[in-house]
Design a protein around this ligand. Structure first.
Ligand SMILES: [Zn+2]
Length: 129
């Protein structure tokens, strides 16, 4: 896996020993494996958002969990997971997910708003605490 090179110009992959693209002659760069998993995570998040908007919250949740598996540092995946959990009535787990999102990115607006919403729901169902 490591050492594989690819062409930024046309996307052709080359052997580790190659310096130039055999298709277009552009200089080859090392394949960014980290970026690949990050883009996969974003794909999962986008797929989850589509399901979420269709009202398929369990389906959306599993997409967000796959996104987190691919990139545990993606704050958006955590806050979206929190939203899906909130819709499923799992407020404690939702709060945990929002907290995780804020841990990664404390300026994440979605996570802040989601957390506030969760806290309000918890407070309104437990008046005397
Ligand atoms: Zn090329």
């Amino acid at each position: 896996m490591t050492g594989t090179k690819f062409c930024k110009s046309c996307g052709t992959t080359g052997s580790p020993s190659a310096s130039f693209c055999r298709e277009c002659g552009a200089a080859l760069t090392e394949e960014p494996s980290v970026d690949q998993s990050a883009s996969n995570a974003k794909e999962q998040v986008n797929g989850g958002i589509v399901l979420y908007q269709q009202g398929d919250y369990p389906g959306a949740l599993s997409k967000f969990e796959k996104a987190i598996e691919a990139d545990p540092t993606l704050a958006a995946a955590w806050s979206d997971k929190g939203c899906a959990l909130g819709r499923l009535g799992k407020r404690d787990a939702a709060l945990e997910a929002f907290n995780k999102a804020l841990e990664i990115d404390r300026d994440n607006r979605e996570a802040r708003e989601g957390k506030d919403l969760c806290l309000r729901m918890v407070n309104s169902s437990q008046e005397a605490s």
